[in-house]
Design a protein around this ligand. Structure first.
Ligand code: SF4
Length: 394
């Protein structure tokens, strides 16, 4: 503990000893301690329960891993939002991927976490056990590379994720067209963050005092993308980076707005995020995709929240190529991922958390993804005694 840490900060480190606390490790800078003291001061002045949503799964993990959650004032509650790409991918897309994997001579290429997400017919990992060729790739380009390696197979890439991964998908589709690669298609399930934030507020399911806006997505979209959230719902929005001090500064900025009764857009990650974003990446998306209604886990169908191929690129649409129609979603009974994604319950309020559902045996996507809220709570937010022993062996 540094000498500069406030009493409130010291109390914070003792409140939840199970979480990692950077102050306890002596790693906290004077700037961090001063910012933390400011957060406690602001929270005390506001004098009521404040609920802020970190939209991004990377923020969720960073907040836990740094121990920041345990240092916050008791009246500041952080809830996670629909910002983990694996978690919000609708079950119908998982089911479609599994069906595609059953077609002879197809090869499914996907980012790692997706193979373990349960669908109605099991997971892609289980499908692989039944003989499907499911391969984990670390990039869209690696998936296209597989199409070149196996010209007698058909490679289907699972295009999931937000504005951060969509440009790479668009780029490889353009490259596949340029090179005349005909055995490559994409199951297009990319999603856009801001329409989901608007839908969450419009639905009135959760009471919020502000959004901690995602850093990575904002690099592509630009900070101005959140103006509709601020203007339509008078909701404070602050873009944040991923270092604990940066997150703390963004929380301070949100609390200052709450105290003043203001609703503004602020950018605390200006080192990486501009007002208008990455124009090259945005043009790639716009060249290949157009916005369309998309199904989200828990949030249902949200207008203009997804990306589908423009007519000129429909030959790369795996669903069209193989005539597959998306079905309905049916989540595991008892799984509360939908409520977790909407910030209305904490993972520990799910009766399956840590007992029936663990990272090794996930029942819902929030426990699958390394950025999933349930996974983060299991890994960092519960004392070891409350965890299933299996995790310790990972
Ligand atoms: S703990 Fe498991 S079952 Fe419960 S909400 Fe999270 S993922 Fe679903």
């Amino acid at each position: 503990m540094t000498r500069n840490a406030s009493p409130a900060a010291k109390a914070g480190t003792q409140r939840r000893g199970a979480e990692m606390a950077p102050v306890a490790s002596g790693a906290v800078s004077p700037a961090f301690a001063a910012e933390l003291a400011g957060v406690h001061d602001l929270a005390a002045r506001i004098g009521r329960q404040i609920q802020l949503m970190e939209v991004c799964g990377t923020h969720t993990v960073s907040i836990f891993r740094s121990g920041l959650r345990s240092l916050l004032p008791p009246n500041v509650r952080l809830v996670s939002g629909p910002g983990c790409p694996v978690c919000v991918t609708a079950q119908r897309h998982i089911d479609a991927a599994i069906r595609l994997g059953t077609i002879p001579d197809t090869l499914i290429a996907t980012y790692g976490d997706m193979v373990r997400v349960p669908g109605a017919m099991g997971s892609l990992q289980e499908q692989r056990g039944r003989g499907a060729d499911v391969r984990v790739v670390t990039s869209a380009r690696a998936a296209l590379h597989l199409a070149g390696l196996f010209p007698d197979r058909h490679v289907v890439f699972l295009g999931v994720g937000f504005e951060t991964t969509a440009p790479a998908t668009a780029a490889v589709v353009l490259e596949a067209r340029r090179l005349g690669i005909g055995n490559f298609t994409v199951l297009a399930a990319h999603k856009l963050v801001v329409p989901a934030m608007l839908a969450l507020l419009a639905g009135g399911r959760v009471r919020l005092d502000g959004f901690l806006c995602p850093g990575h997505v904002s690099i592509i979209t630009g900070a101005d993308a959140y103006r509709p959230v601020v203007e339509r719902f008078r909701m404070p929005c602050v873009v944040a980076g991923f270092e604990p001090l940066g997150i703390l500064r963004a929380l301070s900025a949100l609390l200052r707005q709450v105290q003043a009764g203001a609703a503004r857009l602020e950018n605390e990650y200006s080192v990486a995020v501009s007002a208008s974003g990455n124009q090259v990446a945005r043009r790639l998306i716009e060249e290949v995709f157009e916005t369309a209604a998309a199904p989200w886990r828990a949030l249902g169908e949200i207008p203009e929240s997804g990306l589908r191929f423009r007519p000129a690129f429909r030959s790369f649409d795996a669903l069209e190529r193989f005539g597959i129609v998306l079905g309905e979603d049916e989540d595991h009974a008892g799984c509360r991922c939908g409520e977790v994604i909407c910030g209305t319950v904490l993972p520990t309020e799910c009766r399956l958390f840590g007992s029936v559902c663990t990272p090794l045996r996930p029942l819902g996507p929030c426990m699958v993804s390394s950025e999933g809220t349930c996974s983060a709570w299991y890994k960092y937010g519960t004392p070891p005694a409350a965890r299933a022993p299996a995790l310790e062996a990972v």
